[in-house]
Design a protein around this ligand. Sequence first.
Ligand code: ZN
Length: 116
Amino acid sequence: MRGWGINIAGLCELCQAADESLEHLFFDCYFSKEVWGGVLQHMEVNRSVMQWDLEVQWCSVKSRSTKAADTRRSIAFAETVYALWLQRNAKIFKNKTDSVDCIIRRILFIVACRYE
Ligand SMILES: [Zn+2]
């Protein structure tokens, strides 16, 4: 996250229940877990979200694949991370929180648009 020029300190904006870190924000947070759960289910990935490094590894394998389902999944991965990041910023700067369902629908819509 420092590489993005962003300073993270204090409590997680999404759950207010744990210290914010990259690992927590994107994967450990219950809010993020719910979003991942919904996205993975729609992508027909039959597992729950893993740790950051394992997810990145999984994603880079999928992104090299020529199978359509794998391409969709790697797009979904990137979009989910991005959506969670936007959600965190919306909370900080606009004090706005979207529902988990709303975020999942948005991610799936973007994936569908980019994949078609
Ligand atoms: Zn959290």
